[in-house]
Ligand binder design. Structure first.
Ligand code: F6R
Ligand code: MG
Ligand code: MG
Length: 364
């Protein structure tokens, strides 16, 4: 059995300019580092990409999930790219690296991680989604439509291999607990939780026979660091076709630019705009939040791709709608629901302001 692990590990090592983009020199530094690891056979293959100010390491290898060498390689790559960022005085250089040295696994140290070990099928189409200016729960609605909504994925009705449904592993990122929901039986229970994407995030999806279908990064930096240190800008990937949602069923949820949390200062609600690789630079009000889709065919662990899947007029409608929604939301200025509710801001800068005014609040 030919097992392969796909590890997508990302971090913001510094923005260019501001929080909008990754500098080519940072990407180059990462590429050099991973090329060496490929030469030494630590990696089978790799691609370095970026979405907004996030550097994305896409790696295949034979060492399984949570592997110390692979995580150390990622950490060292981010450290090297950070050194480049510091030299160029890029903005927020090293902002996602919460520790001074590596301690065995990059989880909990700042970077976002989506990893899956699986048996490569006869043909293995995979879509890797990368987002900027939003949070891990942003994948909830899209994953629900792909794997549990018959109005989204026709395969749930038509394909006998999908007809039994899927399992959703959902994490409570505040309490560090997880639960598995069976769909379609438990979709109402599932929706009760994943409808609150700030707290409940879909980590993994399996077919009922155990086939691994999707995995996401659910790290929440602000919760790890105990203070606001930027948004978590998640990644996820989905295996497609042949008893799993078709490529087009995996992409279709993003034709609706649904509202997500993030945007300016990680504190606003706005539309998730699907864009091409070259348009993945949040500008207006540091946004709106963006998502790219990189399509690959895997062949013996080698990555054929990426194909820029949202570079397609079929998503122009979503982009236009996202711009209209962005106009509408922006006009609310500092008012909810454009600005996030206070409970959410409690994990950002609100406590400092609260403290300053502590003594001025009098009983009514
Ligand atoms: C959101 C984000 C940006 C910054 C904003 C302020 O995730 O990264 O919107 O929050 O540009 O950044 P600072 O405080 O670094 O000036
Ligand atoms: Mg940044
Ligand atoms: Mg970012």
């Amino acid at each position: 059995m030919q097992m392969v692990t796909l590890s997508v590990i990302k971090a913001d090592v510094g923005g260019y300019p501001g929080h909008s983009n990754v500098h080519p020199a940072c990407k180059k530094a990462a590429e050099e580092m991973l090329a060496k690891a490929k030469k030494k056979k630590l990696l089978k293959d790799f691609k370095v990409m970026s979405c907004g100010d996030d550097l994305e390491l896409i790696m295949t290898h034979g060492r399984g999930e949570d592997n110390k060498e692979i995580h150390k390689l990622s950490w060292d790559t981010f450290v090297k790219a950070t050194a480049v960022a510091k030299k160029l005085k890029l903005y927020g250089a090293g902002q996602d690296l919460l520790a001074d040295s590596f301690s065995g696994n990059v989880k909990g140290m700042g970077p976002g991680v989506a990893e899956m070990e699986f048996e490569e099928r006869t043909s293995e189409p995979i879509v890797i989604f990368m987002a900027d200016k939003t949070e891990p729960g942003a994948w909830n609605m899209a994953l629900y439509k792909m794997f549990a909504d018959p109005y989204g994925s026709a395969g749930l009705v038509i394909d006998p291999e999908m007809h039994d449904g899927f399992k959703f592993e959902v994490h409570d990122v505040y309490k560090h607990k997880k639960i598995v929901f069976n769909t379609p039986e438990e979709i109402y229970d599932l929706l009760m939780f994943i409808g609150s994407p700030g707290r409940y995030c879909t980590k993994r999806i399996y077919r009922k026979d155990g086939l691994k279908a999707a995995v996401s990064s659910v790290e929440r930096l602000s919760l790890i660091a105990g203070k606001y240190v930027g948004k978590d800008d998640p990644v996820m990937f989905v295996r497609c076709q042949k008893g799993l949602p078709a490529l087009g069923e995996v992409l279709d949820p993003f034709a609706f630019p649904y509202l997500v949390e993030g945007w300016m200062r990680g504190s606003h609600c706005g539309p998730l705009m699907p864009v091409s690789f070259e348009d993945a630079h949040p500008t207006r009000f540091d946004g709106p939040p963006r998502v790219i889709a990189a399509g690959f065919q895997m062949a013996d662990g080698m990555l054929e791709g990426p194909v820029d899947l949202f570079k397609d007029p079929a998503f122009d409608g979503a982009r236009n709608m996202a711009n209209k929604i962005a106009d509408y939301m922006r006009r609310h200025g500092p008012f909810e629901p454009h600005r996030l509710p206070l409970e959410v801001l409690e994990y950002t800068t609100m406590p400092a302001i609260m403290k300053k005014l502590e003594n001025r609040w009098k009983p009514v």
